[in-house]
Design a protein around this ligand. Structure first.
Ligand SMILES: [Zn+2]
Ligand SMILES: [Zn+2]
Length: 167
């Protein structure tokens, strides 16, 4: 169940036209089922929402856990609330309770930059890939990611070149 209010807006946009993804890897494109026109189909996972008696619940268009997963990706407040609930403000690196902390992606989200829509790795966006880091630890990690980012770029250049060689 999402911790922040899951707005009625998402229910009302049922059957919305598919919009084109602007390529922002921080806000990945929504799955086709998000634009579903089928009553009782979950807009996130695309499976049907089934009542306890096995019939399809046509009044709903989200599984609760799917709504949470969606909110974690697209609503930073929900993302923070979920991490807070799990970690209780304890930094995952130094183990100290932190008054000021950041939500950090364990596997850096930037690795999804320039990845094609169909190749996106959704694990990067899930709660399991999020951790609490106190400000000093986060700074430390961000600094090391700058190096990592450079390496990623270099690697890609090399593979592109070797690809050309093969042609
Ligand atoms: Zn679902
Ligand atoms: Zn720390």
């Amino acid at each position: 169940m999402p911790l922040s209010r899951f707005s009625k807006r998402h229910e009302r946009t049922f059957g919305k036209e598919k919009e084109e993804w602007n390529g922002d890897f921080r806000k990945p494109p929504k799955p086709d089922s998000y634009y579903t026109k089928i009553k009782g189909q979950c807009r996130w996972c695309g499976n049907m929402i089934v009542n306890e008696d096995g019939t399809i619940n046509e009044r709903r268009s989200w599984h609760e856990e799917c709504a949470t997963e969606y909110m974690i990706i697209y609503h930073s407040r929900e993302q923070r609330a979920q991490v807070r609930k799990r970690d209780k403000g304890v930094c995952n690196h130094c183990g100290k309770f932190a008054m000021k902390w950041d939500v950090d992606h364990i596997k850096p989200l930037v690795e999804q930059r320039d990845v094609k829509e169909e190749d996106l790795d959704w694990d990067y966006y899930k709660l399991d890939n999020l951790q609490t880091l106190c400000k000093p630890c986060h700074r430390l990690k961000t600094n090391s990611e700058v190096i990592l980012k450079k390496n990623v770029k270099k690697k890609r250049k090399i593979s592109y070149r070797s690809l050309k060689k093969f042609k």
